[in-house]
Design a protein around this ligand. Structure first.
Ligand code: DGY
Length: 326
């Protein structure tokens, strides 16, 4: 029997069990992924695709799958998928919102603390055998308590960051294209400000916006220039939100103090300038990387795909306009 479901990369086994109950699988059980040409060949005849943020899902891919009904991304972000092309073709795209909020906010907070207290640098220092004695000014960093956290993008993860910061006695400002409801602001202890105020006042700036045409290079040289020279930038959203070359320049010149980065402009490549700097903590896009969360992301994506194959409404559509009205 020919397969209905293409799974482009390795996923947690619980997702495979869900998918098997909905149809025959073409499972590429490897983390390496397929070339664009192999992806296009593999989608032929499939009704569902379970893909990851490392798969570039464009119109040409969709046109190679004339039976395609659903593209289930194992991620909350979906900038790897041409949503307009999917909508035009009546293909529903789904994502995995909510389940990774706290895990990703935990990592953003970890990066903020690590950059402020120079954890990665101190670890390298100790391992290199350079630690000779306790010194009054050795590896001194910055406090986060009593300081201002600026949150750019106040969706689920941005709000999660605010809740954590409240527990650490921080003042919390945020900016977003859409102002949050008053009860959300109250609950998070966060005040809305314009972007310029956010950049000028933040001791720590944490980015939580999706990648769109409007947010690409949202943080570039002019924005970094508005920040305090003592400020720390944290990015767990998408790499291209920050102009990486401008950030290297700002970190090297002392225009900003340090950074904690989980995402990069051309992953898995990292700007060579960043690799040379001690005042930046670098981790390889692990925001949602807890076993529980990654498992849940996989099962959510599988549930989304399976629902469509059964003729049901998927729980997490991104372009719900292609679905029949409820
Ligand atoms: C996402 O889900 O968009 C993250 O970047 C990976 O968890």
């Amino acid at each position: 029997m020919s397969a209905d479901i293409l799974v482009t990369r390795h996923v947690y086994p619980a997702a495979i069990d869900i998918l098997r109950s909905a149809g025959e699988l073409d499972y590429h059980d490897s983390s390496d992924g397929l070339t664009p040409a192999d992806l296009r060949a593999a989608v032929a005849g499939k009704r569902a695709v379970v893909c990851q943020l490392t798969d570039h899902i464009d119109a040409a891919f969709m046109d190679s799958g004339s039976r395609l009904e659903v593209i289930a991304n194992v991620a909350v972000g979906y900038d790897n998928i041409d949503i307009a092309a999917a909508t035009q073709r009546g293909i529903v795209v789904t994502n995995t919102p909510g389940v990774l909020t706290d895990t990703t906010a935990d990592l953003a907070f970890t990066l903020m603390l690590s950059a402020a207290r120079r954890i990665a640098e101190a670890d390298r220092f100790l391992r290199s055998g350079r630690w000779q004695q306790w010194e009054i000014d050795m590896m001194v960093g910055h406090d986060i308590h009593g300081h201002t956290l600026g949150i750019l993008g106040f969706g689920r993860i941005g709000q999660g960051m605010a809740r954590r910061a409240a527990g650490f006695g921080m003042r919390i400002l945020y900016h977003d294209a859409v102002r949050a409801d008053a009860d959300v602001e109250r609950d998070c202890g966060a005040a809305y400000v314009d972007l310029e105020t956010l950049l000028r006042e933040a001791d720590f700036l944490s980015l939580h916006v999706p990648l769109t045409d409007a947010t690409r290079h949202l943080i570039g040289a002019p924005e970094l220039g508005l920040m305090k020279p003592t400020a720390v930038l944290v990015n767990t959203s998408r790499g291209p939100v920050v102009d990486e070359a401008a950030l290297v320049e700002a970190l090297a010149s002392g225009a900003v103090a340090s950074a904690g980065l989980d995402v990069f402009e051309s992953e898995p490549a990292v700007h060579p300038g960043l690799l040379k700097l001690d005042n930046v903590v670098l981790v390889p896009h692990i925001g949602s990387a807890s076993i529980k969360t990654r498992t849940r992301m996989c099962t959510m994506a599988a549930e989304n795909a399976a629902a469509v194959l059964r003729g049901e409404r998927p729980p997490n559509p991104v372009n719900s306009e292609v679905l029949p009205a409820r």
